[in-house]
Design a protein around this ligand. Sequence first.
Ligand code: KIV
Length: 289
Amino acid sequence: MAQEKITASAIRARKGESKIAVLTAYDATFARVFDAAHVDILLVGDTLGMLVQGLPNTLAVTLEDVIYHTRAVGRGAARALIVADLPFMSYQISPEQALAAAGRLVKEGGAEAVKLEGGGSVCTAVTRMVDAGIPVMGHLGLTPQSVHTLGGFRVQAKDEAGRERLINDARALERAGVFSIVLEAVPRAVAKMVTESVSVPTIGIGAGPDCDGQVLVCYDFLGLFQGFVPRFVKRYAELGESVEAAARAYVREVRSGEFPEDRHSFGNAPRPEAAPDEARYASGPKVPE
Ligand code: KIV
């Protein structure tokens, strides 16, 4: 049976109905697995700069990088909504620049919605994109593209002024037409206030359980990222350890000659028992005997 495709308006309608599960994804293989698990939104986040490219932050990620990874994710996912991040300096210069960048994410990357960081200052750009038919997700609280202004990756909106600013920004984004808002690293009570102040779903990361949905970075929740693990991350697997153990076993077996065995080698005799293994070559180039 064909999978029902999730749209931005379906996500918007989920507020107060059912919680929204979001993961980041950067390639077709993970996208396929997360899609099969019924993740609602796959976010091609600019965290790809840190996790895929090994950079210290997201600032050097380019529009071309996000387009490339969005295309890959789109090839893997049939059901989830594909949201692509607008990277640093692809939208801050003018609403026209923002619209052009979002247009490229949709036309060249296959994104079905875009995300950008900021409140009041990006609202004109949000309206331009929404008017052009591009669904937009907002991002408030800890906005990693402003890491140098924020003085590091810190919890935001801890005082009265910060709380007020956050609520005002969320309402401004709502008026500008976003279909949802990511709230990153804000106290639980503040996230609850914002969630109750807007009619669009809030998607929390380090913002407590009262948001309308949650997002985690896929390398974090899978235990693949071995660096600093923020308090809000729950590791549902320890793939980093498993992958390292597998790689060590492989190295050991290559060195000892244990791998490959006869059954991993192509010979002259027909090997009917090997046929299923070779099925994955069926749609690709044949591997010669
Ligand atoms: O870039 C990203 O992955 C994000 C999530 C952390 C929300 O913006």
